[in-house]
Design a protein around this ligand. Structure first.
Ligand code: NAD
Length: 355
């Protein structure tokens, strides 16, 4: 089982170190190789996704990814910015299905800004299509320069585009995921305005007929954004396109109080996957040893489940995380009175001990 370990920038190195520590105590034949990605790769090799890193990722069963980015790279040309590394990995590895669970842990119910009764027991799965839509439409990111200089451009446009096969494959992923849960899928689009969304809805209905045991309903994206804060437990599996999914999955993750708790998985049709926390590189707290490593540790559990076929090991990690929360251990982002504040390393050590 070959794993490419790409810690990246900011807190990426700190949190990935803890996940690697946890993986190492599992006593599985894991072969882990580390490479640079993001801003640190740009510094060392002049590109956020060097050829050698991409090659390693493509040749691995799974990628364990930290986070990339720092404000200091904001002035770079777009193709050289750290975040482009993620788009490059998604595109080259064909990672079209993004799984973002939003789970509210009983012990953290007070960390949410919503009333406890709205989110206690929350367990929703957002499935976001990841390689189509406005982020990859052609022509993309076109600015109309009036005088040959983009900074003086008068107009800009991006193209929203989806093809039938792209929607079909993400629909299958969503219905199959729902079959293992409560057998309900909510498809989110904007079909009252957008042609892309009408095609999305039509294809969802068609594919849904192949899954008679799963109930399908549809919601407009603006309503979905409202329902997520009004009655989030109404949802089970929510499937949507790349841009709507980007926004709604961040909204859903904040329902649970801390983005430091939420893992994610991005899969291709061969089961290869990239596993990363839902949050970014948090430059504001980088190097302070206070970042929450649990989202990354839980991403490693998803990796064992989805790409390495090690369900039992995945469950062991998830149970160990539950245990440290029950013990009252908290990093700063999820700390509340009466609990014990711990550092990144102490949290990783506690998970190892619980295992
Ligand atoms: P962010 O997720 O990095 O941070 C948002 C806030 O949450 C910050 O206050 C941060 O301190 C806190 N936070 C995030 N993760 C935490 C953790 N594990 N423990 C404790 N607190 C945590 O988002 P941002 O500030 O908007 O972006 C910072 C950089 O990260 C930017 O360069 C952005 O482009 C990049 N980014 C990268 C990814 C990625 O690598 N997949 C995703 C989002 C943002």
């Amino acid at each position: 089982m070959k794993i490419a370990v790409l810690p990246g920038d900011g807190i990426g190195t700190e949190i990935v170190a803890e996940a690697v520590k946890v993986l190492k105590v599992l006593d599985l034949p894991l072969e882990m190789e580390t490479a640079l990605v993001g801003g640190c790769a740009y510094e060392a090799h002049g590109h956020p996704l060097p050829e050698s890193t991409l090659k390693l990722a493509m040749a691995s069963d799974a990628v364990l990814f930290g986070a990339v980015g720092d404000w200091k790279y904001d002035k770079l040309d777009r193709p050289l910015r750290p975040e482009q590394a993620i788009l490059g990995l998604r595109k080259n590895m064909g990672l079209f299905a993004n799984f973002r669970p939003a789970i509210c842990y009983e012990q953290l119910v007070d960390a949410s800004s919503l009333k406890p009764e709205l989110i206690a027991g929350l367990d929703i799965l957002i499935i976001r299509e990841l390689t189509g839509d406005i982020y990859f439409g052609q022509p993309r990111g076109r600015r109309i320069a009036t005088d040959g200089h983009f900074p003086g451009a008068e107009e800009a446009f991006d193209t929203m585009r989806y093809s039938r096969p792209e929607i079909e494959r993400i629909a299958h992923v969503a219905f199959q995921a729902a079959q293992k849960r409560s057998k309900r899928v909510t498809s989110v689009d904007k079909n009252n305005v957008l042609e892309t969304s009408q095609l999305w809805k039509d294809v969802m209905v068609e594919i849904g007929q192949q899954y008679p045991d799963v109930a399908l309903d549809h919601m407009l994206v603006d309503n979905a954004a409202m329902q997520l804060v009004k009655a989030p437990k109404k949802f089970d599996v929510l499937v949507t396109g790349n841009m709507f999914g980007d926004i709604l999955s961040d909204e859903a993750s904040m329902l649970t109080g801390s983005i430091g708790m939420l893992p994610s998985a991005s899969l291709n049709s061969k089961g290869q996957g990239l596993y990363e926390p839902s949050h970014g590189s948090a430059p504001d707290i980088a190097g302070k040893g206070i970042a929450n490593p649990l989202a990354t540790i839980l991403s490693a559990a998803m990796m064992l489940r989805f790409s390495l076929n090690q369900e039992a090991a995945a469950q062991r990690i998830e149970a160990a995380v539950q245990k440290v929360l029950e013990q009252g251990l908290r990093t700063g982002d999820i700390y509340s009175e009466g609990t014990t504040k711990v550092s990144t390393v102490q949290m990783g050590d506690a998970v190892v001990k619980a295992l």
